[in-house]
Write a protein that binds this ligand. Structure first.
Ligand code: AP5
Length: 215
């Protein structure tokens, strides 16, 4: 049976961190809507131009647009045996669309990572990402002089070294907006999933390794 996992949780909960590892360990693709949109912005595509202002404000992009992107991605052959969704669904309309996409593909397992707001803000404000490939680092956990070794993903990272930058939506004001949007639009959708037998919550205040074990 296909392994269809949906990672749920607020900004900075650790969805991307866990999704990346889980997908690698299980040989299934990680489908991160945030990564897909950031790549489009970075490459200056038409999609990127459409979404960049909304993302910089911490608002959600339109349901129809994001549902179309996910539908196309999950239809590719590498997602037939399963996938890890990171950042989708985020609204009731997206959750309904995902159910409709699943058809005969087996159940969706939904895992919510719970972290209090103060820790979310600390994590997001400390986050640095590699400008070239998007790899993550935590400026509090990692010594600044160790950061060059944390990303070796692309030729540029290996030869010149990664350039660590803050994500443009990780400023204090935008993080507050993202949390507001999360509690308004996404949390009610999680309550809807929570009545399903395939739903679990994990304490995201644990170390990444402990969260992985729980997952
Ligand atoms: P997206 O990229 O999905 O951002 P997000 O949901 O706000 O989540 P983050 O990436 O900030 O956090 P995360 O939970 O993945 O945590 P991470 O593992 O990185 O979306 C960005 C924007 O795109 C949205 O605002 C919206 O505009 C648009 N968008 C995307 N999807 C959309 C959709 N479906 N509909 C509409 N619009 C959409 O970890 C965070 C930090 O904490 C890292 O530094 C990490 O190293 C550290 N960390 C992780 N785990 C731990 C731990 N256990 N302990 C300590 N530190 C930890």
């Amino acid at each position: 049976m296909a392994l269809n996992l949906v990672m749920l949780g607020p900004p900075g909960a650790g969805k991307g961190t866990q999704a990346e590892r889980f997908a690698r360990e299980h040989g299934i693709p990680k489908v991160s809507t945030g990564d897909i949109l950031r790549e489009a912005v970075h490459s200056g595509t038409e999609l990127g131009r459409q979404v960049s202002t909304l993302m910089e404000r911490g608002e959600l992009v339109g349901d129809d647009l994001i549902i179309g992107i996910v539908r196309e991605r999950l239809a590719r052959p590498d997602a037939i045996a399963g996938f890890v969704l990171d950042g989708f669904p985020r609204t009731a309309a997206q959750a309904d669309a995902l159910d409709a996409m699943m058809g005969e593909r087996g159940p969706v397992i939904c895992v919510e990572i719970q972290v209090p707001d103060e820790e979310l803000i600390r994590r997001v404000r400390a986050r640095r990402v590699c400008e070239d490939c998007g790899a993550n680092a935590d400026a509090f956990v990692h010594q600044v002089d160790a950061l060059p070794d944390l990303c070796q993903n692309t030729e540029r990272c290996r030869s010149i070294g990664p350039k660590w930058v803050a994500r443009s939506d990780d400023s204090a004001a935008v993080v507050r907006e993202r949390l507001k949007v999360y509690w308004r639009d996404t949390q009610p959708m999680i309550e809807y999933y929570s009545s399903r037998p395939t739903f679990r919550s994990i304490d995201g205040l644990q170390t990444p390794e402990q969260v992985r074990e729980a997952l």
